[in-house]
Design a protein around this ligand. Structure first.
Ligand code: S3P
Ligand code: PEP
Length: 440
């Protein structure tokens, strides 16, 4: 078995021995769907029941913000959470600053919700990473709708202040394919009279559209033109939401089992919404052996069990419309590429520079430290695979996806890796390292 230790200063020490990964795992609930279930539940009339919720730092931030806004949310657990909604437009003015922690989704979607709470004042902040992330992408179209929002750096960085206003519908051509931008505008549009239209250059994840329809909003989607239209105002009714496992968390095991010889893992109950399965398309193109079993629809979202066996991977090219379909999986795909034969080219991914860390720089720097041949480009990476990696001291930059990606690289490196600041993994996958200890 690999030796995996967690030191008191949040370092993961990983000494691998090539042990195959075998077994059946259930990854935690989808983060995007969990945020949305809490938010729509808080705004809806009546009670929302959520099964399978992700209990991670980011979803705890969303729950804390909506509790501060007056919603009654039971203790968070993956089994059964109830949200007593306040009804549309009835969120309360909180007595203190709302803190979104590390979560971009919480802050950006909240901006859309709060902008429309007429007459109430809100202040919003987050951790150092979130305070450095761009908010203008959401603030600019909300200002066009008539919102009043103030913030640092020309209203583009948190802390932000919002004074809720009656809003006007707009037609917005988003310059970026971003589910966070689209969702923030849809949440604002729920409160406005008339049709709000949002068009994106490529399709981003559509969990908001699916869940809003289920909660009773009048919304239509034109897939061919990547356009969503919402007719406001909406009356949302509390629903039951069964959250599937997060394919972005499953991605670490898909890559781990692919690159670790003689491995076979079954990942049960994983969300396979086509706006999220870019990771599968790329791994298949690289030669991965992954099959979908028991495909089904669960409260409006496609779900399957994923079986993955080790395979010889080869390099590929990733760019264009694929990027929003695998935006959070690029760090772990870079690890797959480092173990593949030939070159992998990643392009059109400049967005990664404004995630929890600058993920292009972070991936290039840390994999280079292990001996990988990685070139950092302005909008992507070139990775020459097949160069053996060695364990060393590695940094996560406080980024959950970096911590877990580096752990999978370490599992197939020689010597010992020390992954510092690894507790960041709790943002989206608190049980990750325990599961790793059990199966590696
Ligand atoms: O809407 C969401 O839940 C998310 C959308 C994506 O961000 P962008 O929409 O900004 O690309 C993704 O990176 C993030 O982890 C979650
Ligand atoms: C980018 C991410 O999340 P967020 O934008 O919500 O912080 C992520 O989970 O990788």
């Amino acid at each position: 078995m690999a030796v995996i230790q967690i030191t008191s200063n949040h370092t993961w020490q990983i000494q691998a021995d090539g042990h195959p990964l075998r077994g059946t795992l259930q990854v935690p609930g989808d983060k995007s769907i969990s945020h949305r279930a809490l938010m729509l539940g808080a705004m809806a009339e009546g009670t929302t029941h959520i099964a399978g919720l992700l209990v991670g730092e980011d979803t705890c931030s969303t729950a804390a913000c909506f509790r501060a806004l007056g919603a009654e949310i039971s203790d968070l657990n993956p089994t059964a959470v109830t949200v007593q909604g306040l009804g549309m437009g009835h969120l309360q003015e909180p007595a203190d600053v709302l803190n979104a922690g590390n979560s971009g989704t919480t802050m950006r979607l909240l901006l859309g919700v709060l902008a429309a709470q007429t007459g109430r004042f809100f202040a919003l902040t987050g951790d150092a990473s979130l305070r450095s992330r761009p908010m203008a992408r959401v603030v600019t179209p909300l200002l066009q709708m008539g919102a009043q929002i103030w913030g640092r750096q020309h209203h583009s960085r948190a802390p932000l202040a919002v004074l809720g206003q009656p809003l006007e519908p707009i037609t917005y051509y988003s310059p970026i394919a971003s589910a966070q931008v689209k969702s923030a505008l849809l949440l604002a549009a729920l409160h406005t009279e008339g049709t709000t239209i949002i068009r994106e250059p490529h399709r981003s994840r559509d969990h908001s559209e699916r869940m809003l329809q289920a909660f009773g909003a009048c919304l239509s989607v034109d897939e061919a033109t990547c356009t969503v239209s919402l007719e406001g105002p909406a009356v949302l009714k509390g629903q039951t939401v069964i959250v599937p496992g997060d394919i972005s968390s499953a991605a670490f095991w898909l890559v781990a089992a692919s690159i670790t010889p003689d491995s076979e893992l079954v990942l049960t109950n994983v969300g396979v919404n086509p706006t999220r399965t870019g990771i599968l398309d790329v791994l298949w193109a690289m030669g991965a052996k992954i099959t979908l079993e028991n495909e089904r629809l669960v409260t409006g979202e496609p779900v399957a069990d994923l079986r993955v066996r080790s395979a010889r991977l080869k390099g590929t090219r990733i760019g264009g419309e694929l990027i929003p379909r695998l935006i959070d999986e690029i760090p772990i795909l870079a690890v797959a590429a480092a173990f593949a034969e030939g070159v992998t080219e990643i392009r059109d991914a400049a967005e990664l520079r404004v995630k929890e860390s600058d993920r292009l720089k972070a991936v290039a720097t840390e994999l280079q430290k292990m001996g990988a041949q990685v070139t950092e480009l302005s909008d992507g990476l070139d990775i020459q695979g097949g160069v053996p990696l060695q364990g060393t001291h590695l940094e996560t930059y406080g980024d959950h996806r970096m911590a877990m990606s580096l752990a999978i690289a370490a599992l197939n490196a020689t010597g010992t890796s020390h992954i510092h600041n690894a507790s960041a993994a709790a943002v989206s996958y608190p049980e990750f390292v325990t599961t790793l200890q059990q199966i590696a």
